[in-house]
Design a binder for this molecule. Structure first.
Ligand code: PEP
Ligand code: MN
Length: 368
């Protein structure tokens, strides 16, 4: 167990840790000077927010959606900084954005998930930032590729930028319910192992996709010792021009931050340890049963593989697959289990079963 001091990491002007988290808040997009100032004033008054965020060029999934106000919004942010005394951070996705941001003396920059994904863009940004040591946050790429995420850090570091932190904003998944992006918390553990001195900030807004889930995600982020939060905040979320469902009001953010439990949970009291370990023993036994059942199941899968190979029947049988999903889905519903959970579980089981049978087929063909 590390002490808080050892656990704190430096980014920008701040030493951050899960017991002293960096708080970045502001709207998904800067929409008007009035919106920027109004939101920033409320955030500043709370005394809890370090940095004001807002997108001014928005990478939207579909054409025709609101794409941000562009560089004129930088004037609003500069005025806000003068007036309200909050530093600001914006997203940059190319050299032109970087030039505008540096001209406006932006206090920090972030690289978005759709940019981290592309080494050409990241390289271009890294080169245009050479000679500055502006603090930069790098969001995880849209899909769960740790190497690509770390690669973006390496590119910036090679350009002499060492004031870097990561933002965990969740990952695209074909079924990420109930979230917009699958949190895949284990990937941030892998990141921490690979780069222990780099702070990791959680973006609960883009994980959640809906405001009702933000509080719960935020607490998980603190429990697993992330170093801060970047939350989308709008004075009237339902009227927001982008991401209206996931933004919260400044007062909601402030009450959420007050409620957050920042106590380190790394040490578990003895009685609790006993309670947990008793339950874990039961789980271990059940898990053992699951693996035994998989062994038995695979034996039958192999026998079936031989029958199919002998009779030249196809390995993947669509009707059978849909029938299996239907039956197990029905059983899950009856037992009150999440149907998606059982569906995903059988996708994995079926994938490896098909793989086994393909090997058997190949074996038959090689003998012919
Ligand atoms: C954002 O933070 O507004 C944004 C566009 O996020 P992401 O890159 O995570 O999709
Ligand atoms: Mn957004």
């Amino acid at each position: 167990m590390y002490s808080d001091i050892e656990n704190s990491r430096k980014w920008g002007y701040w030493n951050v840790s899960s017991s002293n988290p960096l708080i970045i808040a502001g709207p998904c997009s800067a929409e008007s000077e009035n919106q920027v100032i109004k939101t920033a004033r409320e955030l500043k008054a709370s005394g809890k927010v370090h940095l004001f965020r807002s997108g001014i060029w928005k990478p939207r999934t579909r054409a025709g959606q609101f794409e941000g106000k562009g560089h004129i919004a930088l004037e609003w942010l500069k005025n806000m900084r003068e007036d309200v005394n909050l530093p600001f951070i914006i997203e940059v996705a190319n050299t032109r954005h970087v030039d505008h941001a540096l001209n406006a003396s932006a206090d920090a920059l972030w690289i978005g998930a759709r940019t981290t994904v592309n080494p050409f863009y990241v390289q271009e940004i890294a080169e245009s930032l050479k000679g500055t040591n502006i603090p930069v946050l790098i969001k995880n790429p849209i899909h769960a590729d740790l190497g690509l995420w770390l690669g973006a850090f390496e590119r910036l570091e090679k350009s002499g930028l060492h004031n870097l932190a990561a933002i965990h904003r969740g990952f695209f998944a074909s079924n990420s319910a109930p979230y917009r992006n699958d949190p895949r918390w284990e990937i941030s553990f892998d990141f921490r192992r690979a780069a222990p001195t780099i702070p990791i900030i959680c973006d609960p807004s883009h994980i959640a996709g809906k405001r009702e889930l933000i509080e719960q995600i935020t607490q998980v982020a603190m429990d697993i010792q992330m170093d801060g939060l970047m939350v989308e905040v709008h004075h009237s979320p339902k009227d927001a021009l982008s991401d209206p469902d996931q933004q919260i009001t400044p007062s909601k953010l402030i009450s959420l931050l007050k409620k957050l439990d920042l106590e380190s949970k790394a040490v578990t009291p003895r009685e609790l340890q006993k309670l947990i370990s008793d339950q874990r023993k039961i789980l271990d036994n059940l898990d053992k049963g699951i693996v035994d059942a998989m062994k038995k199941r695979m034996k039958i899968v192999d026998e079936l593989g031989y029958i199919k190979a002998n009779n030249n029947a196809s390995v993947f049988q669509m009707e059978r697959w849909f029938d299996l999903l239907k039956q197990r889905g029905h059983q899950a519903r009856e037992l009150g289990l999440n149907e998606n959970f059982i569906n995903e579980l059988f996708q994995v089981i079926h994938k490896y079963s098909v793989e086994h049978q393909n090997e058997i087929y190949q074996h038959f063909r090689d003998k012919e």
